[in-house]
Design a protein around this ligand. Structure first.
Ligand SMILES: Nc1ncnc2c1ncn2[C@@H]1O[C@H](COP(=O)(O)OP(=O)(O)OP(=O)(O)O)[C@@H](O)[C@H]1O
Length: 224
């Protein structure tokens, strides 16, 4: 029997977001509904400008809706949810330039209140960097590696805290075909280990590993 919406790790209701431009207002999200359960990987497609990045920004608290609710395990969160509850790979990546690759990935673990032992942090970081094929870059700074490598580092950072909800915006853009399988495997593993995973993507390779495919159009999500 499918899990009830009320049990969803992430539950979004009636989400609205309007942007104001000199030429007028654009309502990008128009009462959007979404429920994602623990262990589920959902791929969200939609034409460029349909609002995928705007949706992810609202889910992770970078932006605020005009109306609607975002619940994590049935509860609202004031401001940005902590990394262990919701972590994001944004399109702009947002790596800290003053921290090395390894320090960036360790950051969500170091910021947690329930601190892990330093050896466990180091092991988790090393495993993620190895899995994503960037272990050799651990002591470099983000500006010393390629954009595609930075993208994998930002994904490792998002996954490091084993978040309840993992969001990824176009995680396979900028990657060569040989690198994509490792990214897909990590996203799938995060879901299999219990995260609710939402991926904004046009990539059919992501759709192939997703449990559900949704399409964002006219401000709402429908089955793709
Ligand atoms: N901060 C903002 N201020 C004004 N308009 C915005 C803002 N952010 C997004 N928009 C507008 O909202 C719409 C949705 O943008 P968004 O980046 O969410 O689309 P997207 O589906 O992620 O596109 P892409 O696939 O090209 O990344 C676009 O028309 C965009 O111009």
């Amino acid at each position: 029997m499918p899990a009830a919406d009320g049990d969803a790790a992430l539950r979004v209701s009636g989400l609205r977001r309007r942007f104001h431009h000199p030429g007028g207002a654009v309502e990008v999200l128009r009462g959007l509904e979404l429920s994602v359960h623990a262990g589920e990987l959902v791929a969200v497609s939609g034409r460029s400008g349909s609002g995928k990045s705007s949706l992810l920004a609202l889910l992770c608290g970078f932006d605020h809706p005009d109306a609607g609710t975002v619940l994590f395990d049935g509860r609202p969160v004031a401001g940005e949810p902590p990394w262990h509850l919701c972590a994001v790979l944004p399109q702009a990546l947002g790596l800290a330039g003053e921290l090395t690759v390894a320090e960036n990935v360790a950051l969500p673990l170091r910021l947690r209140r329930d601190q892990l032992a330093p050896a466990e942090v180091d092991e988790r970081v090393a495993t993620l960097l190895t899995d994503l094929g960037v272990a050799g870059l651990a002591s470099r700074y983000p500006q010393e590696v390629s954009f595609g490598q930075q993208q994998r580092v930002a994904l490792a950072r998002a996954a490091a805290g084993r978040p309840r909800v993992l969001l990824a915006d176009e995680p396979t853009a900028h990657l060569d075909a040989g690198t994509v399988p490792a990214v897909l495997a990590l996203l799938r593993r995060c879901a299999d280990e219990g995260a609710a995973v939402v991926v904004a993507t046009h990539d059919p390779r992501v759709h192939a590993i997703a449990d559900r495919a949704l399409r964002l159009a006219d401000g709402v999500l429908t089955a793709a």
